[in-house]
Design a protein around this ligand. Sequence first.
Ligand SMILES: O=C(O)CCC(=O)C(=O)O
Ligand SMILES: [Fe+2]
Length: 301
Amino acid sequence: MIPRIDFQKLAAGDTDTLQAVAFGARDTGFLLLENTPISAARQQAVLAAYLRFFRQDPAVKSEVDMARTGSNRGWGASRSEQVDPVSNPDYKEVFDCGVPLPETDPLSDLPVYAPNLWPSSPAGFRQTIEAYFLEAREVAMEVLRGIAWAIGHDADAFADKFARPMALLRGNYYPPRPIWAGDRDFGIATHTDYGCLTLLATDGRGGLEVELRDGSWHSVQGGAGVFIINFGEMLEMWSGGAVKATPHRVVGDAEERISAPLFFNPDYEANVAPSGSDNPISAGQHLSRRYAETYLHMKNG
Ligand SMILES: O=C(O)CCC(=O)C(=O)O
Ligand SMILES: [Fe+2]
C-alpha cells in the first residue's frame, strides 16, 4: 500500500520508480525510502544524540527552552504544542533547529529564520545535528525533484525555491504514554505537516499511524536505514492537489520512542499557489500562521 522507493533509482529517473512515487504521492501521501546516502548507522547515531539530549535533567534542557523566545528554536517541553485543536496538547518533547540567515539579510529578523539555540550538553550534539541536517536536506531535495518529475512537472518546478529554505529539523521524544493520558492525549495528535515533504528517521519502532481515505488508521514502520516520507500542505497546494498531505498521528505506548523529521519547507518568498493561479500563496505566511496556531508560546493574542 505504501510504496518502497530505492533512492538511487529515483535519482537516476528509473521509470518504474517514478510510477511508484506518483502512486504514493497521489494515494496515501506516504513513501518508504531506502538506499539513500545516509546509512542506517548514521541515522541511529543521530537519534542516539537526540536521546542523550532528552534524557538529561530538565534544568539543562530548559537552558534552551523555546518558550522564552518568540520562535521555535531549541527545546519544546511536553504539552508545549497542540497540533490538533480538538485534542489536548501533545505529550512529546521536541528539539527544533532551522537554517538561520546571515544578519545582513533583510529577512533575518523573521522568526522562521531565527538563530538556533544549542544546549551545553551532551558533548558534540550541535556538530552531529548540523552535519546531519545538511545531508538530510540534500536527500530531501533529490526526492522533491523526483516527485516533481513523477507527477509530470519539470524536475526543478519546486526545487528552485529552496535558496533560503525555512527547513526545520526536529527531534521528537515520546516518553512512555503517561498514566493520566486519556482519549484526547497523544504523543502527537492528528495533523498534516505544513511544508513540502517530510523526511522522517525513526528508531524502527512502530507508533506512527496514517489515516487512509476510508478513514481507517494504518501503521507505518520504517526498518534500519529506511526513511518514511510524507507530504505537506504546501506541496498539496503547489501541485494543485496532485500530491496529498495525509493526516497522521502517534498515540504512544508503554515504550519510549524517538524520531527525527526534517520538514523541508521552501523559501519565505516562494509562491506555493498552483501554477496558473492568480492568487499567490506565500510560503512564509502559511508557515508562520501554522506555527502561530500550534506552538502554544507563539499563539497570537
Ligand atoms: O514520530 C513520528 O513517527 C511522526 C512525527 C510527526 O508526525 C511530526 O513530527 O510531524
Ligand atoms: Fe507529522
